[in-house]
Design a protein around this ligand. Structure first.
Ligand code: ZN
Length: 474
């Protein structure tokens, strides 16, 4: 074993280094990561580091062994997770354990307390604030009214209106806009929407559609023809619901279906996404015109986080599994499924079996008669996951690293994406960056909002407190 004197000398070097290069904003705590200390020791004291590694395998083991015996009460070694849930200030981290120096750790709130309450609160918020059944009924009536109008105006073409977005995923509140898509068998793959959107009488022509909507009494009708997907905005006067309608943008429907599929995998996904959505709406950071991201991008970032950043992963990637067992059956990954030239396959056959925490297994019966099992081991509750997701989003470096749902790691950047701050290819259209609206100021504001939220939650306040307007004066 290493003698106490040498061990004490190495730990003192680490303490000095941590004090001089702490990443904490809070003066009560000095902190660095084990990986950083590893780097420091290997450049300045390589022989001592080798001795440590030879005897203990890792620096973590060495600290765990010596810190308690040296009675360095002010020095702690905490893994990233314990660090965050302990109520300590949020710091930049790289995933390795944290080396923490603080005079009195009891100044900070105990962990369990914050997360158990947070878990319960978020589950309650998800139930209480979700869209009411009454609102679903109203939305369905609007859809029926539009179906009648379409089939009166464009006879016998089999046109129909589908709901997508937050009304369909269940991630919306009663105030959510209603997203609608006109589809039907009459649309041909060779249709040229750019040409047709200017043709009088075409269903692709938003100005023409706007006139039809006004005729059936819709208010505040506003065609937006220049958008990537042209839409028409309007308000239903009876139910006072704002709506967006597009023609034949089937990707929106597929994206929605895949998000629903992810929510079915595990009972934690919906409350995590619902809480995230409430938060970005409350902070108004789901605004692309102001240089932020849209709700869809935030949801995909959260799914990316749950499958690639959480350790062990909470969910698998449904587009990336090559499974022999689902060759037969009705899985959406079978056959060459394409929509408008894009590969839209994903596994709809997966059922997650959590071997460590079966309470999170989805209760939803898979549509597939022969589900393919994926074994999970992540035991964190919804409160833990929200706290850790928010801490991760607080770090702007995490947001500017290219992300993807299908690939963890290197993301191919097509020409023309240079200059995009945040990179996240659309899962069904890898040439399209769904996060291109985000500016560098946007990244700063987004991470700052998440950091403020973490600080609030770590103080033991409620999730509802996080949704209140910021009080910058304090
Ligand atoms: Zn499958």
């Amino acid at each position: 074993m290493m003698d106490d004197q040498l061990a004490h000398w190495i730990i003192t070097r680490c303490v000095e280094f941590t004090k001089s290069s702490s990443t904490s904003y809070d003066p009560r705590v000095q902190v660095t990561t084990i990986q950083t200390l590893n780097g420091m020791l290997s450049s300045w004291y390589p022989d001592d580091l080798l001795e440590v590694l030879y005897q203990y395998g890792t620096l973590d083991n060495f600290f765990n062994d010596f810190i308690p015996s040296l009675e360095l009460n002010h020095t702690q070694l905490l893994c990233q997770y314990s660090y965050q849930t302990r109520g300590l200030p949020v710091v930049k981290h790289d995933g390795s354990a944290m080396f923490v120096i603080t005079k009195d750790i009891t100044e900070f709130l105990p962990v369990q307390h914050v997360c158990c309450d947070l878990d319960k609160e978020i589950r309650e918020v998800t139930t209480n604030m979700a869209m009411t059944n009454e609102s679903y009924v109203h939305r369905n009536e609007i859809r029926s009214k539009l179906n009648t109008m379409l089939n009166n105006s464009w006879f016998n073409r089999g046109l129909q209106v589908s709901t997508f977005g937050s009304t369909a995923t269940g991630l919306g509140t009663d105030n959510a806009d209603l997203d609608l898509c006109i589809s039907g068998p009459c649309f041909q793959p060779l249709d040229d929407p750019i040409k047709l959107k200017k043709t009088e009488g075409s269903i692709y022509n938003m100005t023409f559609l706007a006139r039809k909507l006004r005729k059936i009494g819709m208010r505040q009708v506003k065609p937006i023809t220049a958008a990537h997907v042209p839409i028409c905005k309007f308000r239903d006067p009876r139910f006072k619901i704002n709506c967006d309608i597009n023609t034949n943008n089937l990707h929106g429907i597929e994206n929605t279906n895949m998000i629903i599929q992810y929510m079915h995998l595990d009972t934690r996904i919906r409350p995590v996404l619902f809480a995230l959505k409430l938060f970005i709406e409350a902070k108004e950071i789901n605004n692309t015109r102001r240089g932020f991201l849209n709700s869809y991008a935030f949801i995909l970032i959260a799914l990316h986080y749950l499958m690639y950043v959480q350790e062990p992963p909470v969910i698998p990637c449904l587009q990336n599994l090559s499974l022999k067992s689902c060759i037969t059956g009705t899985c959406n990954n079978n056959e060459k499924r394409t929509i408008q030239g894009r590969d839209v396959r994903y596994h709809s056959c997966i059922r997650v079996v959590n071997t460590m925490a079966p309470q999170f297994d989805s209760k939803t019966v898979s549509q597939d008669n022969n589900p393919t099992l994926w074994y999970g081991k992540n035991t964190k509750n919804v409160g833990d996951l929200i706290l850790e997701l928010f801490a991760w989003m607080s770090n702007p470096f995490n947001l500017v690293k290219p992300m993807s749902l299908t690939i963890n790691g290197h993301v191919h950047l097509p020409w023309g994406w240079k200059g995009s701050q945040v990179v996240f290819p659309d899962p069904f259209d890898p040439d399209r960056n769904i996060a291109r609206s985000c500016t560098s100021a946007g990244v700063e504001t987004i991470s700052q909002e998440f950091k403020l939220a973490c600080d609030t939650l770590n103080k033991g306040l409620k999730f509802m407190d996080v949704l209140k307007p910021n009080n910058y004066a304090t």
